[in-house]
Structure formats: C-alpha cells, structure tokens
Design a protein around this ligand. Structure first.
Ligand code: ADP
Length: 397
C-alpha cells in the first residue's frame, strides 16, 4: 500500500509518498512560494534531487506538479496515480469538531470550513490542498490528520482555561496543543528504544524547533501540553512570545496604538528569540552570536532553556515523576547547548546527561545521552510526522 502525505502550508506544499509495507519513503519534496513569485518544486527520489522552477499561483497547480513529478518517466516512482492508495492530509487545528483522524467527505469539509478561523494561516491552506487533491485524483480515499489529535486525552483540569465556563461551552475556548503527531511518534519510539510498552512509561517530549512545545505523556497518553488554544502559548519560540500576561500585551498595544489583530501579529511574529536578541529567530544564528559575546542573544537562549526546564519540572510534578525526556525537531535534535542548559541542575529528580555524548553530531539516528548515574533516560529522537500521518491514514481506512 502506498500513501501520499500532503502538508499544505500557507505558501508551501510538502509531500511524501510512503510504502506502508516497509514504511520507507519512496519520494518526497516541497513546493515553495506557492501563490508568490519564483515558486519551485524540489523532488527527491531514487537518490536524486530534481528542481522544477514553475509558476504555482495556487495549490491546484502545486498538486498537479507533484503528481507529474511522481509519475515522470525519468525521476518518477509510480506509473500512474492508481498506484497511490490513499492520501493523508495534515491539518493544524481541529477545535473540538474532530478528535480523531477523519475521512474526507462532503460533510467533513463543511465542518472544516466552519472551523478554519481557529488557524487562519494553516487551516484554509489545508482545505485548498484537499480540494486540489480531490480534483486531481477523484474518488481517492483521503484522511485528515490533526496536529491536535494526540492531545485529546488531557484531563479537563489540564485543558480548561479559568474563564467563564459558559464561554468554554459556547466557543470551545480551551487548550488544544499542537505538534501532536510528533509528540506521539517520539514517545512511541522512546518506548521501543527502551524495550518497554508505552503504558509503562512517564515521558516528557520536547519538540523544540522554530515553533516549540513540550508534552507530558503518561502511559502513552498526553496528559498536558504547553501550547494552548493556538500555537502562540508555552515556551518562547523563534518569533512567538509564548506565555505572556494578557494585561502586559494590552498595555503595550495601547502604548503602541495597535488594535487586537496587530497585537496578535506582533506576539506571533516579532517576539520570542527574535524580539529578545534583535539578531535572529534561528538558533544557529543565536548560538553563534552568543558565542561572540552578544548579551541579548545569550539572554534569549537562557530564557528559552529556563522556560523549557520549568515545563519539564511541572510535568514531572503532574505525572508523579518522569522516566524519560525526549528531545526532537530542529533545535532539540541539533542545538546541544540548549539540551545541556535544560538538563542542568536536575539531579534533584535523578536526571543527568552525558555531556560528551550530548556534543556528538546529529547522525539522524536515536541518540542516548543519559548520564551514567541518571535515573531518568535522556534521548534525542528524530521526529517523523509524515509517517504518523500515513500510519493513521491506513489505520482509519
Ligand atoms: P519548524 O518545523 O518549526 O519550522 P524546525 O524543527 O525545522 O522548525 O527547527 C528550526 C530550528 O532548528 C531553527 O531555529 C534552526 O536554527 C534550528 N537548528 C539548529 N541546528 C540545526 C541544523 N543543523 N539543521 C536544521 N535546523 C537547525
């Protein structure tokens, strides 16, 4: 069985064709700058990389170029679209409308339209991506897999905000979390690596990238997560503020003459590592600047690590202990100084890392950086959100 996974962003469309017998990637690629000028498709298959520079005014054109690349006589990997058995689509926000992966039907697409303002940058793009695939492959079974899905096991006292309960009921305002497929994947991989069942473990998964979230996984189920109603909450991120006192934001907005949407845009795009450092949102630039004596870059890194450390401690409290901490995503897999800072002074909970192993380069495999006296395992696990989407697509069908 071959599953095509589609990840539609606001100006990009990423894809992977996965052979579900081996779970191997047959081909993958990315359409960049869709809807903007200078768009291009990068297609990787059979050890080769092909770049197609072509106007992609919308996702319809992007999808048809992807299908063309997949069936191309030279660098293609299938002879026709009939070889694709199903399509799995990544969707960022579900609200309470979808708690599980869901088959695409006319009815589900109506609900998708109704909830699209929950993630105004991402959900509309996913709708366009689904429609483009339907147009190119009529009748092909398709499944929506939600970033929020893994987090629906949170107890009510963890996902509720302390607002008027009627407003929760009326508008479904609550914590939903994000990066669910990644947290699910790495927590399951950790259990496999440790030779245990997920039910036997208390794990804190740290998905640290441009967007970052931390999740408490108790017995294989999410019991709390750092992102909130939207991916703005939790630890500070590349350009996002993370948790902030609403009154501070309101005070600033008044001083700067910003309306609500301008303030939200500011908190999403101008804050976090970029706002504090004034250098960059990218952790490679931040560590380089800090190493060269830039105090604000150092402060940004210190704030990030401190916020992550607090979540680890909070989730150990929530789960009555922790057996394993997992680092994943761009920063979690690559930025050793951040991992070291988060794990520093955690002996009180029996956690120590091996500093030498922590410095070893990312080789794309699972790395165990547990210190020799540590009771808590510390693992670096490359995430694979596409594989989870493909697995859930198959499972549902
Ligand atoms: P997202 O998927 O949220 O856009 P990623 O998981 O790709 O983000 O993470 C991007 C972050 O990872 C950037 O801040 C980048 O600096 C950091 N990073 C550090 N080292 C590397 C590396 N060797 N390769 C890729 N990203 C890295």
């Amino acid at each position: 069985m071959k599953v095509l996974v589609i990840n539609s962003g606001s100006s990009s469309l990423k894809y992977q064709l996965i052979d579900m017998e081996t779970e191997g990637v047959i081909a993958k690629g990315n359409c960049e700058r869709t809807g903007i000028d200078k768009s291009k498709l990068t297609h990787k298959a059979k050890g080769l990389e092909v770049v197609v520079e072509k106007d992609m005014p919308d996702h319809n054109v992007a999808v048809s170029l992807v299908l063309k690349a997949l069936t191309d006589a030279q660098h293609g990997v299938i002879s026709s679209m009939d070889e694709i058995d199903a399509v799995g689509h990544r969707v960022v926000a579900s609200g309470e409308a979808f708690k599980k992966p869901t088959l695409v039907t006319e009815e589900t697409m109506i609900t998708m339209e109704e909830i699209k303002d929950l993630a105004p940058l991402h959900n509309p793009a996913a709708i366009v991506g689904v429609k483009a695939c339907q147009a190119a492959m009529p009748g092909k079974p398709m499944v929506l897999v939600f970033d929020t899905g893994f987090h629906f096991t949170m107890p009510d006292y963890a996902y509720m905000y302390a607002i008027d309960y009627n407003h929760y009921e009326q508008y479904k305002i609550r914590r939903y979390g994000a990066h669910g497929t990644s947290h699910k994947f790495v927590s399951q991989e950790a259990a496999k690596y440790l030779g245990k069942k997920p039910e036997e473990l208390k794990i804190v998964t740290c998905h640290l990238g441009n967007g970052s979230s931390i999740t408490a996984v108790d017995g294989g189920k999410c019991v709390d997560t750092s992102m909130g109603f939207t991916p703005l909450a939790g630890v500070p991120m590349g350009t996002r503020s993370g948790d902030i006192d609403f009154a501070a934001a309101e005070y600033l907005a008044k001083k700067e003459g910003m309306d609500v949407s301008a303030a939200l845009n500011y908190l999403n795009k101008k804050c976090g590592m970029l706002g504090i450092s004034g250098v960059s949102s990218d952790f490679r630039d931040l560590t380089a600047a800090a190493d060269n004596g830039n105090d604000r870059a150092r402060l940004a890194l210190d704030m990030f690590s401190y916020a992550c450390k607090k979540y680890v401690g909070a989730y150990a409290a929530a789960m009555n202990g922790v057996d394993c901490i997992v680092f994943t995503a761009g920063v979690g897999e690559n930025t050793s100084c951040v991992r070291e800072a988060i794990c520093e002074n955690m002996q009180y909970m029996g956690l120590e890392i091996d500093k030498e192993k922590n410095l070893e380069k990312n080789n794309g495999a699972i790395r165990d950086i547990t210190g020799k006296n540590s009771k808590v395992k510390v693992l670096i696990i490359p995430t694979n959100e596409e594989l989870v989407i493909a697995r859930e697509t198959v499972e549902l069908l």
